[in-house]
Design a protein around this ligand. Structure first.
Ligand code: NAD
Length: 707
């Protein structure tokens, strides 16, 4: 096992510390409960069975004090930066029976409900991150305030194979209306986008927002105003039946079109929300049952595995000693095209050093600079960047046609056209200009970096840094170790990508690295099926049951059919006919035919252009009878090919472990958490044992242990 394998650990217990606070104007005593695990801010407060038991005991005591008239209100807040980051997922994912899962859900529910019924008004002061069960403790209170700088607020459960089952599914639609609630419960988790404090306040998840500097004082003053009746928070009436059922039905349609039944959690959450007229007791019991079922699914276990991979992925496995990294004070970018301009912007933004971008004529240079400026203008106009910062970044990025301007760069990355001879020429020219210490990086998608560096005087300074398009949004970078890459060059690449706030995976210099090799294999298998007589729209949707971010032809359209074809052909050349040939695709690219039509609505998949069927020949046509596959057959062939390829990649040492493959596919291709990236899915669906004779991961690491 590596450091990225989730391992059960003892519960990091959160304590509930009670302190009495005298309210102003002799209003009485507020019992202020602070959630604190006694650790620094790098160890978020989470809620496990022992913590919940402690909460229950604290709340029982508060009931007595409220009944005795000792307290007039209860407040709940957290240690600095956190209210709570939710249930302790390591504990949840190590439950071995449904009974234990049910007990876990019920205990949290009971403690939260008991808090809400303590007998005096309850207030949550959301001072920091409030995720899942952390936000639900606040939702179970009568009132909520939020600090303007509170980090993430969200109910991410449906993205983790769970439902917001400590009251969230029942309380949120009643608090903010069913339409917004489904955004909170379904849409945002799918996008992995938590709310900022101001957004949460605007949505109605919090009743008041205060500056961070005196947040607690202001919240207590506000509490007093509520108790005195000076401030009244109006609660919205329940949405009417027609609005409720219409919104739920529309959400179900959207789920069917995007999730395709590939995972149960969002459907279970929607089923919970669907019951408008259930009372709280009934609704909470249904939440307990849903949680118990879901905790015992492989999807949930794989989701937690994926979540932990991504969280720990920031520390790259196998990277050399960071102290070997060379200082980077001036960056050169060769090219000013699609990737180069995005890379230039990112470097200038995050490294805050001068960046010089060079292309072969002024027009192309101006286009690249124009892109940088337009992106900065967009950030300023949407309030995501100050004018001053944008001006500073603009001043850092310089465009030129003169290669001599790279002379004083200590780090140069090339993003010129994907042609080996050209890239070799670019590096050879650079060697004559830059200092012998300068690191030379390449953003190639599929060319051999070893070959690219072969004729240089210092091939050891060449390293691959493979960004994904769009550069700002894609969190993954593949850092590529060519045959002669030095530890200094590698360490510098890791140091740079860390400053760029990307997750880096160390990859060996093999064709297509990780993400392109597997993505293009999937595309190749789908196209191969079409060549053999499977109708285009059947093949296009064959991977729907996996819940990939988009159907295959839409993916082709996104990467550009010419680029996709080029990588497919070059992988076929380098790795053999496991990567299929496709005369149909070649013709589509040559003719410039669009492979998909516009999506019927935002967020829905783009349908395949029916005209392209003719290019591949008639579906199920002459000569194809014996090979035409149905959707299940196409999926099976694709998964078999993926299993074989991942087996080969591990043998070749492309990455050190299956976990690294999963991290790459989750962050570089958006493959779903519930598949665990991909290897947990291939294990549980039986492909790894069938094709390779062994599992990728030990039983129980990313699935419910079969025992
Ligand atoms: P692009 O065609 O948009 O840009 C390439 C630029 O390189 C052009 O502006 C061209 O004029 C310039 N160029 C050619 N020779 C040059 C030279 N000698 N000196 C300076 N500039 C020169 O291509 P792109 O999509 O940005 O791809 C660039 C690289 O990034 C390729 O290696 C590609 O494989 C890789 N890449 C592309 C993507 C993608 O999605 N497009 C993703 C990851 C990596």
């Amino acid at each position: 096992m590596t450091d990225t394998t989730p391992t059960p650990r003892a519960e990091r217990v959160t304590h509930f510390l009670v302190r009495d606070v005298a309210l102003p104007d002799d209003l009485g005593t507020l019992a202020l409960v602070t959630l604190d695990n006694g650790l620094d801010h790098t160890k978020p407060t989470t809620l496990g069975p022992q913590g919940i038991a402690e909460l229950q005991a604290v709340v029982d005591d508060l009931h007595e004090r409220a009944a005795a008239g000792e307290i007039v209100a209860v407040g709940v807040t957290g240690k600095p930066y956190f209210l709570a980051a939710g249930a302790d997922l390591t504990q949840v994912a190590s439950v071995t029976s449904r009974d234990d899962a049910l007990a876990l859900g019920r205990a949290g529910h009971a403690a939260y409900r008991s808090l809400s019924e303590v007998g005096v008004p309850t207030f949550a002061y959301i001072n920091g991150v409030a995720l899942g069960g952390g936000l639900e403790i606040a939702l179970n209170c009568d009132y909520r305030t939020v600090a303007s700088d509170a980090g993430a607020l969200a109910l991410p459960e449906t993205g983790l194979g769970l439902v917001p089952g400590w009251g969230g599914a029942y309380l949120v639609p009643r608090l903010i209306g069913v339409r917004k609630a489904l955004d909170v419960i379904l849409t945002r988790p799918a996008q992995n986008k938590p709310f900022k404090a101001a957004e949460a306040y605007e949505l109605g998840l919090a009743d008041a927002i205060f500056d961070a500097a005196d947040f607690l004082e202001e919240s207590i003053r506000w509490t007093a105003a509520i108790l005195r009746g000076e401030i009244v928070v109006e609660r919205r009436p329940l949405d009417d039946e027609a609005t409720w059922s219409g919104t739920v039905a529309a959400a179900r349609e959207r789920l069917d079109a995007t999730v395709h039944g590939s995972r149960p959690a969002p459907y279970r959450a929607l089923d919970l929300v669907a019951h408008r007229d259930r009372d709280k007791t009934e609704a909470f019991a249904a939440e307990d049952e849903a949680l118990a079922d879901l905790i015992m699914t492989d999807e949930m276990r794989a989701s937690v595995y994926a979540f932990q991979l991504v969280s720990h992925g920031k520390k790259p496995a196998g990277a050399p000693d960071p102290s070997l990294a060379r200082p980077v004070t001036r960056v050169g970018i060769v090219g000013a095209g699609l990737m180069a301009a995005q890379i230039a912007l990112l470097f200038a933004q995050r490294l805050q050093v001068p960046v010089v971008m060079r292309d072969i004529d002024q027009e192309r240079v101006d286009k690249g600079l124009g892109f940088v400026q337009s992106q900065l203008a967009k950030l300023v106009s949407t309030g995501r960047m100050s004018k001053d910062t944008a001006a500073r970044i603009t001043a850092q990025v310089h465009g030129t046609t003169d290669v001599q301007e790279f002379a004083t760069c200590d780090f140069v990355i090339e993003a010129v056209t994907e042609v080996l001879g050209l890239k070799k020429k670019v590096f050879a020219e650079l060697e004559g200009i830059v200092s012998p210490e300068t690191i030379l990086a390449t953003n190639t998608s599929a060319l051999s970096i070893t070959e690219m560096a072969a004729d240089l005087q210092h091939p050891e300074r060449v390293v691959g840094i493979h960004f994904f398009n769009p550069v700002a949004a894609m969190p993954l970078v593949e850092v590529i170790h060519a045959e002669r890459t030095s530890d200094e060059a590698l360490a510098t690449a890791f140091a740079v990508t860390k400053k760029l706030r990307k997750t880096s995976v160390l990859v060996k210099d093999r064709p297509g690295f990780v993400v392109n090799r597997l993505l293009v294999l999937v595309m190749g298998k789908i196209v191969e099926a079409v060549e053999n007589g499977t109708p285009v729209d059947v093949a296009d949707h064959a991977t729907d049951p996996l819940g990939f971010p988009m159907p295959t032809f839409e993916l082709f359209d996104l990467v550009g059919p010419a680029v996709g074809l080029h990588v497919l052909q070059s992988l076929r050349e380098d790795l053999g006919d496991r990567f299929p040939a496709s005369p149909g695709l070649e013709k589509l690219v040559a003719d410039g035919t669009r492979v998909v039509l516009d999506a019927p609505a935002k967020g829905l998949p783009k349908p395949v252009n029916p005209e392209i069927q003719g290019v591949f020949g008639t579906a199920g046509g002459a000569g194809s009878d014996s090979t035409a596959l149905d959707a299940a057959g196409v999926l099976d062939a694709t998964l078999t090919a993926l299993t074989r390829e991942i087996g080969l990649m591990l043998e070749e040492g492309v990455v050190a472990t299956p976990q690294q493959i999963d991290l790459c596919m989750i962050l570089g291709a958006g493959w779903p958490f519930h598949l665990g990236g991909i290897t947990p899915y291939l294990d549980r669906a039986g492909y790894s044992e069938r094709v390779l004779g062994k599992r990728f991961l030990p039983d129980g690491v990313a699935n419910v242990a079969r025992g």
